[in-house]
Design a protein around this ligand. Structure first.
Ligand SMILES: [Zn+2]
Length: 85
């Protein structure tokens, strides 16, 4: 797991994605949300809201969006069966 370059705390994949979105997509040194908030002089709450916004946009930097195979949240389980028709 990556660690925050500012405070040394482990950073989550979400925080890695936020560092990329807010600072530089090619960055390899990450910061946790509290340190990002200090860096940008905003509240942690604001960053979490921004994070949710990016996720809702379907930003592929976030792990939760990388694993989504179908945009349909209620994709029927019988999808495979339907392909036999
Ligand atoms: Zn930190």
């Amino acid at each position: 797991m990556e660690r925050c370059i500012a405070c040394g705390q482990p950073v989550t994949p979400d925080e890695e994605a936020m560092t990329k979105k807010l600072i530089n997509r090619g960055i390899t040194q990450y910061q946790c949300i509290p340190c990002l908030a200090r860096h940008f002089a905003v509240t942690e709450q604001a960053l979490y809201e921004r994070m949710q916004y990016f996720k809702d946009m379907g930003c592929m930097l976030f792990p939760c969006n990388q694993s989504i195979e179908s945009p349909e949240p209620t994709a029927p389980l019988q999808q495979k069966e339907a392909s036999y028709e």
